[in-house]
Write a protein that binds this ligand. Structure first.
Ligand code: SF4
Length: 437
C-alpha cells in the first residue's frame, strides 16, 4: 500500500542493484499480483536459512487482501478474499510458530503491511495481533499497521491500540477526487481525517499519511493543496512519492494506450521542491528522499531496511533478510497456504517454513553495494568505512562520487566524513545512484 521499503530492479527477485526508485523501497517485493505468471519453483525457508536462532531487528507481516485494486499498485494483493482470511490467519499462526523457534533476542519494530490489513474484521485483527504478540517484542517496540482510510473504524482502532500497535500508516495518496479517480483509488478523501480521529480517540497518536504527486493532470497548486490538507490532519510523518508506472499495472497500460499524458519532469521537480519547503516550514525534516518526519518520529521499521539491518518476514510475497540471507516468500496465497501443510506432514517436525522463491546467500560484496545504494537515500548518508568498501568493490565509483561532489549533488560532512546528498542532490538522487550501481 505504501511505498516505503526497497524494491529490486526487476521487481521479481533480488536483482544485483537497487532501482532508481528505491523510493519504492519495498524490501518485501510485492510485485506480482494474483494473476501473475507462476513463480519459480519454491524452496523451503528451512533449506535457505542456517540452523539455530538469529537476531533480527524487525518483523514484517504481509496481509494480501484489498477491496479494490488501485491502478498504480504493483504490490501483492487481491480483491477476492471470500473465505480466505481464516486460512490466512491459521497459516500465520503456524509461521509464527516456525519463526519463533528461530528468533534470538527482541524484535524492535513490527510492520503489518499489504494489501490492506485493516480490511480484516476487528476480530480478525485481534487474532492477527495476538499472534504477533507472541514474539519477544522490545518494550520500546514501534508497531505499525497500514490502513486504508475507508476501512478504519473506532472498534478496529481500539483493537489495534489494545494489542500494542502504536503507529498507523494511512494511505491517502490524494485528497482530490479527480486525482483519486485517475489512480482508481477508492476512498472518500474526507475519511482520512475521520480515520485519524478514530486512531486518536483509541490512543494512537503517531501516524503517517502516504501521498502521491505527479498524477496526470495534477497541477502544482493541486499538490500543494493536498499537502495542506494532510498537514491539517496533524500527522507525525509524511511519505510523498512521485507516481511511477510499474510494469504490468493498469496505470502503465493506460499510459501505453495514450489515455493520459504523464506529469512533466519539470513540474514533478517543482512538486518535489514544494513538498520539502512546505513540510520543513511545518516542522518536518526530510530524513529520506521521499520521507519526512517530526523529530523522533522517523519510521524505525523503514530505517531497518534503509540501514540494511535484518528482519523476519511472514506472509505471501513478503521479503526478509536474516543471517545475511535475503529471501522472498512465494507471492501467491494459494501456494503459501498449500505448502506448509505438506511440509508438516512430510517431516513430522515444525515444518520446513514458508516457501521461498528468491534467495540470496550472504555475499559481503553485494551487501556493501546494497548498503551504499539504500544508505545514500537517507539524509544521514553513509559512513566512510562503507564508502571505502563500496569503492574498493567498484573503483569507478570514485569518479562518480567526485563528480557528484563537484556538481554539488553529494557532500562529505566535515566532522563525521559521512557522504550524503546535498539538498539539490536529493532531488537528483536517482540519477546519481544509477551511476553508482
Ligand atoms: S490499497 Fe491499493 S495501493 Fe494499497 S495494496 Fe491495495 S491495491 Fe495496492
Amino acid at each position: 500500500m505504501s511505498r516505503l521499503e526497497p524494491t529490486f530492479t526487476d521487481g521479481a527477485g533480488f536483482g544485483t542493484s537497487y532501482p532508481a526508485r528505491v523510493a519504492d523501497l519495498r524490501l518485501h517485493i510485492q510485485r506480482q499480483n494474483d494473476l501473475a505468471p507462476a513463480a519459480p519453483a519454491p524452496v523451503s525457508m528451512a533449506s535457505v536459512l542456517p540452523g539455530g536462532r538469529h537476531r533480527a531487528r524487525g518483523l514484517y507481516v504481509h496481509v494480501p487482501f484489498c477491496f479494490h485494486k488501485c491502478h498504480y499498485c504493483d504490490f501483492y494483493s487481491f480483491v477476492d478474499r471470500e473465505g480466505r482470511s481464516g486460512d490466512y490467519l491459521a497459516q500465520v499462526a503456524r509461521d509464527v510458530d516456525w519463526t519463533l523457534a528461530r528468533v534470538e533476542g527482541e524484535i524492535e519494530t513490527v510492520f503489518i503491511g499489504g494489501g490492506t490489513p485493516t480490511l480484516l474484521t476487528a476480530d480478525e485483527l485481534r487474532t492477527l495481533t495476538a499472534q504477533i504478540r507472541r514474539f519477544p517484542l522490545a518494550k520500546s517496540v514501534e508497531w505499525t499497521v497500514e490502513a486504508n482510510p475507508e476501512t478504519i473504524d473506532l472498534e478496529k482502532a481500539r483493537v489495534l491500540c489494545d494489542a500494542g500497535v502504536n503507529r498507523v500508516s494511512i494511505g491517502a495518496q490524494s485528497f482530490d477526487p479527480r486525482h483519486l479517480k485517475t489512480l482508481e483509488r477508492w476512498h472518500d478523501p474526507a475519511n482520512v481525517a475521520r480515520a485519524a480521529g478514530f486512531l486518536r480517540e483509541a490512543g494512537i497518536v503517531n501516524f503517517n499519511i502516504d501521498l502521491i504527486f505527479g498524477i496526470p493532470g495534477e497541477t502544482l497548486a493541486d499538490w500543494c493543496a493536498d499537502l495542506d490538507r494532510a498537514l491539517a490532519i496533524g500527522p507525525e510523518h509524511l511519505s510523498c512519492y512521485g507516481l511511477t508506472y510499474e510494469p504490468n499495472t493498469a496505470m502503465a497500460k493506460r499510459l501505453e494506450r495514450g489515455e493520459f499524458e504523464p506529469c512533466d519532469d519539470a513540474l514533478e521537480a517543482e512538486m518535489y521542491e514544494a513538498t520539502r519547503d512546505r513540510l520543513e516550514a511545518a516542522g518536518f525534516a526530510q530524513y529520506e528522499v521521499s520521507n519526512y518526519a517530526r523529530a523522533g518520529r522517523e519510521c524505525r521499521h523503514n530505517l531497518v531496511y534503509w540501514r540494511n539491518e535484518p528482519w523476519w518476514a511472514i506472509g505471501p510475497s513478503a521479503s526478509g533478510f536474516v543471517a545475511g540471507h535475503r529471501f522472498k516468500v512465494v507471492p501467491r496465497l494459494g501456494d503459501w497456504l498449500a505448502r506448509t501443510d505438506q511440509a508438516d506432514a512430510a517431516d513430522g517436525t515444525d515444518g520446513a517454513g514458508q516457501p521461498v522463491v528468491d534467495h540470496e546467500a550472504p555475499d559481503p560484496a553485494r551487501h556493501a553495494s546494497e548498503a551504499l545504494m539504500i544508505g545514500l537515500r537517507l539524509a544521514e548518508g553513509i559512513d566512510a568505512r562503507l564508502e571505502a568498501r563500496a569503492v574498493a568493490l567498484v573503483p569507478a565509483r570514485v569518479q562518480v562520487i567526485a563528480k557528484a561532489i563537484a556538481d554539488g549533488l553529494l557532500e562529505r560532512d566535515a566532522t563525521t566524513a559521512r557522504l550524503r546528498f546535498t539538498r539539490r542532490g536529493m532531488m537528483l538522487a536517482n540519477e546519481v545512484l544509477m551511476e553508482l550501481v
